[in-house]
Design a binder for this molecule. Structure first.
Ligand code: NAD
Length: 509
């Protein structure tokens, strides 16, 4: 174990603290247990930041801002390049921490970290991204330009399901733009964020530019209450996203709040079914269904398509390897908490009660040697209808619902009527159908024969409807706009300096 890793993975009796002003700070006035979901055991305690700790973090970020703002973008990029290298060199310890606290299989953890590193890679181009806009001769002897200035102290609040990637959707771009940052990661799996912060510091980031405060909803309230925090990026469940958007906007902060999802995949009769079902398996059951882009509804067009899809899915579900994420070869790890396990189990019972056909039942799974772990198998419901709660609600577990419809239009009506609009996908060989689907579907991220259409780092990520509150998406070009404020200068240097008469008409060019 490296010295860095051991500094984060405190001995079991220690309490995990915060990373403020370049060092680990501990306050133990309030704490919460962190579990290993594969064993169901508490591994350590986590300090939950109170108002005093949040104030200390905002003080540090405020003090660091003037010098960081003045640091030329290419110098910021040099630190980001070193950071990217350190992230790659430390990928294994970071992913071990992700698996230990989240439970996902180690390959999946590497996939998550890889997508986060891609954002750092994009942020390395910050000199190009911050070039601004220039108009020469906007009027007689007049030039005009817009530049994009950092906001100041900004904050990010992130969910448990991607403890490295979702924070990395936010802080690399915010910091590259010249802001200082306070991250409040999920209290369920906080260690990866602490290691990310320590590595950034090792890459040469000045103290106070990136701070991590651990905590819960109360901690977030203290961040909201601090007038010095200019902007908030939030990713999590829809009720909290909506409330945070309203509360943050009401106190004058810029807010983007990404919420929950119910992502549909449509399977047309002409689809390459074997490939479509393989893609569905990964998208529905990968990460135990705990992804905001997980496919949780398969909409099959035609009875024959549905029958074949369900039969293939059942076969593949029977072959899934479920167990601790650290064991290479497992496809699916445990759920995050006992509460999540109870919630998913409850939804499965509800689905049966509501009349859906339970084609595969994941309940009651026991993994030998891990009997107290939060494991559940993959479940599949057939003949689900839009009135059922298993169709309407985000279950956030390994439960796939099959809905049968008779046309592409009926499938699209269903998707467009759903309250969420995060991701969707169409499986087909028909280009015309694909073009019609991508044009008219009311969803933010759309795949054609791609089950998880998560945009690359040079695009931006975000959903429609109640999957996102705010105007701008996370990472990519939208992040530059979200984390900066436009300032437009108009400047006149007349060639001859003869006195001019006062003009009372509104100036035009
Ligand atoms: P969550 O909403 O419970 O928690 C998210 C964050 O909010 C955590 O840091 C948590 O500590 C904090 N929080 C908790 N209570 C709060 C309160 N009252 N006020 C303010 N903040 C509070 O979400 P989760 O269970 O960690 O994550 C799963 C959810 O996140 C799912 O709904 C999933 O769809 C969503 N998610 C969405 C995206 C997306 O891009 N749209 C990505 C990942 C996850």
């Amino acid at each position: 174990m490296s010295s860095l890793e051991s500094a984060v993975v405190a001995s079991e009796s220690d309490t995990l603290g915060h990373f403020i002003n370049g060092e680990i700070v501990s306050d133990q006035r309030r704490s919460a247990a962190v579990f290993n979901p594969a064993t169901g055991q508490v591994t350590q305690q986590l300090a939950l930041a109170d108002q005093a700790t949040v104030t200390t973090a905002v003080d540090a970020a405020t003090a660091a801002f003037p010098a960081w703002r003045q640091t030329p973008p290419n110098k910021r990029a040099q630190i980001l390049f070193r950071y990217k290298q350190l992230l790659e060199q430390n990928a294994e310890p970071i992913c071990q921490l992700i698996t230990a606290e989240h439970g996902k299989v180690i390959d999946d953890a590497h996939g998550e970290l890889g997508r986060g590193i891609e954002v750092v890679d994009y942020a390395c181009g910050i000199s190009e991204l911050l070039k601004g806009e220039f108009s020469k001769n906007a009027g007689p002897d007049i030039d005009s330009w817009s530049e994009f200035q950092p906001l100041g102290v900004v904050a990010g609040i992130t969910p448990f399901n991607f403890p490295a990637m979702v924070p990395m959707w936010m802080f690399p771009m915010a910091i590259a733009c010249g802001n200082t940052f306070i991250l409040k990661p999920s209290e369920r799996d906080p260690s990866p964020a602490l290691l990310l912060a320590k590595l950034f510091s090792e890459a040469g980031l000045p103290d106070g530019v990136f701070n991590v405060v651990n905590g819960d909803g109360d901690t977030v309230q203290h961040i909201l209450d601090d007038d010095r925090v200019q902007a908030l990026s939030f990713v999590g469940s829809t009720p909290i996203a909506e409330s945070l958007f309203q509360r943050g906007s009401a106190c004058g902060k810029r807010v983007q709040a990404l919420g929950g999802a119910k992502n549909h995949a449509v399977i047309l009769p002409d689809a390459d079914l074997e490939n479509a079902v393989n893609a569905l398996m990964g998208a529905a059951y990968g990460s135990c269904g705990e992804r905001c882009m997980a496919i949780s509804v398969a909409v099959c067009v035609g009875e024959e398509t549905a029958d074949k899809t369900v039969a293939l899915l059942k076969d593949k579900i029977a072959g899934l390897k479920i167990g601790p994420g650290v064991d290479a070869g497992n496809d699916m790890g445990p759920l995050i908490t006992k509460a999540a396990l109870d919630r998913v189990t409850h939804f499965i019972a509800k689905g049966v009660e509501e009349g859906a056909e339970l084609a595969a039942d994941g309940r009651g799974l026991e993994v030998a040697g891990h009997e107290s772990g939060f494991f559940i198998g993959a479940s599949l419901f057939d003949r689900v209808t839009s009135e059922m709660s298993i169709y309407q609600d985000e279950i956030f577990g390994p439960v796939l619902c099959v809905v049968r419809v008779d046309s592409l239009d009926a499938a699209m009506e269903l998707i467009n009527a759903h309250e969420f609009g995060n991701g969707t996908c169409l499986f087909t060989r028909d280009g015309e159908a694909a073009r019609y689907f991508t044009d008219h579907i009311q969803v933010g991220m759309v795949g054609v024969n791609v089950a998880l259409p998560v945009p690359i780092a040079s695009q931006s990520f975000g959903g429609w409807k109640r999957s996102l509150f705010g105007d701008l998406y996370v990472y990519g070009p939208d992040a530059v706009r979200f984390y900066t404020r436009r300032k437009t200068m108009t400047q006149r240097w007349p060639a001859n300096s003869q006195a001019e008469k006062a003009r009372y008409a509104f100036p035009s060019s």
